[in-house]
Write a protein that binds this ligand. Structure first.
Ligand SMILES: NC(=O)c1ccc[n+]([C@@H]2O[C@H](COP(=O)([O-])OP(=O)(O)OC[C@H]3O[C@@H](n4cnc5c(N)ncnc54)[C@H](O)[C@@H]3O)[C@@H](O)[C@H]2O)c1
Length: 297
């Protein structure tokens, strides 16, 4: 049976690449967002995730006209992938960013769990590591950034994502559902590789995100792997490509911009500082979109 996926925020920067990836993988994908996504094989429902009633409805109503013809009533979703959010600070007032992101995520997870969905994937963020939107220079505690790091952001967006991870954990504990939080690195769309030479010439531009990146299509693969990997309960996974988005070796970047940050373990020459070891080892992630495919080093 084809798996039915409800995807929130599919019309955004990451979703418009991850959703087609999931459609091509053979899933039936239904998008809920404030604006539609024009993409083959995807239905759209305009719904606001900050309204619990709308979210419960979205998860318990027909997605499209052909559902009526089948005459089998509303079919349950096999998984929810939740990306809808305010994606950084300085778009909305800080309290709105916090409210929309935390209540939106609470509403999506609560409705999904209470309606019997057993697999939920949510978008967390590398900003939970505390440096991206920090006041002034801040050191990371250590490199590379692994999932067991003591996350400590000081901004409303990063904090909202930490709270969302706790919300996910609470619902996973109570229900036994699998809820996987992806600490997504800086999302790169295919056309954005043209910016990489500028990043290479100015490595300080990407210092706050520890030179992380995740190709938006590789993020689709990660969502797919999460949907297929059952039984892990609550999990946090960094979602990043294998190497830094720089043509300078990792140790050299760290020595120049973070000379006081320790490395408790060895690191490969260009290995990413937002470590993707866990998604490679636990989920079997294999990146398909190394920046070197698109940019001359
Ligand atoms: N872009 C990045 O580099 C990055 C990095 C780390 C984490 N993330 C996270 O990944 C997810 C996707 O990010 P993105 O870059 O695609 O963001 P985006 O802003 O491009 O897309 C988010 C989508 O959510 C929708 N949305 C916002 N509020 C909503 C609401 N109340 N109800 C329904 N839909 C709503 C928007 O219309 C938009 O289509 C977000 O959760 C973001 O926090 C993004």
């Amino acid at each position: 049976m084809t798996k039915r996926i409800l995807f929130t925020g599919g019309s955004g920067k990451a979703g418009r690449h991850a959703v087609p990836w999931l459609v091509n993988a053979g899933y039936e994908v239904h998008n809920i967002d404030l604006v539609p996504l024009e993409s083959p094989g995807v239905t759209n429902l305009i719904a606001d995730i900050t309204d619990s009633g709308q979210v419960f409805n979205a998860l318990s109503m027909h997605a499209d006209f052909p559902d009526l013809e089948k005459g089998r009533g509303v079919q349950p979703y096999d998984a929810v992938v939740h990306f809808a959010a305010i994606p950084r600070i300085l778009i909305k007032p800080d309290n709105e960013t916090f409210r929309i992101n935390t209540m939106g995520t609470y509403n999506v997870i609560e409705a999904a769990v209470k309606l019997g969905v057993r697999k939920i994937v949510i978008a967390s963020s590398e900003t939970t590591y505390g440096v991206c939107f920090a006041e002034g220079h801040r050191d990371f505690h250590q490199f590379p950034l692994d999932e067991d790091y003591d996350v400590d952001p000081m901004d409303s967006y990063g904090l909202s994502k930490v709270v969302n991870e706790k919300t996910a954990r609470a619902f996973a504990e109570r229900s036994g559902a699998d809820i996987y939080a992806l600490r997504i690195g800086n999302v790169i769309e295919p056309h954005e590789y043209e910016n990489f030479p500028t990043y290479f010439a100015n490595p300080e531009m990407r210092k706050r995100i520890a030179w992380s990146y995740i190709d938006a299509r590789d993020l689709g693969q990660i969502c797919h792997l999460c949907i297929e990997k059952d039984g892990l309960g609550f999990q946090v996974f960094n979602a990043a490509n294998d190497t830094v988005s720089a043509n300078t070796p990792t140790r050299k970047l760290a020595e120049r911009f973070y000379p006081n940050v320790p490395f408790p373990r060895e690191i490969g020459e260009y290995e990413g500082l937002l470590s993707n070891r866990k998604i490679r080892e636990v989920l079997g992630f294999k990146e398909e979109h190394d920046w070197r495919n698109y940019v001359k080093g």
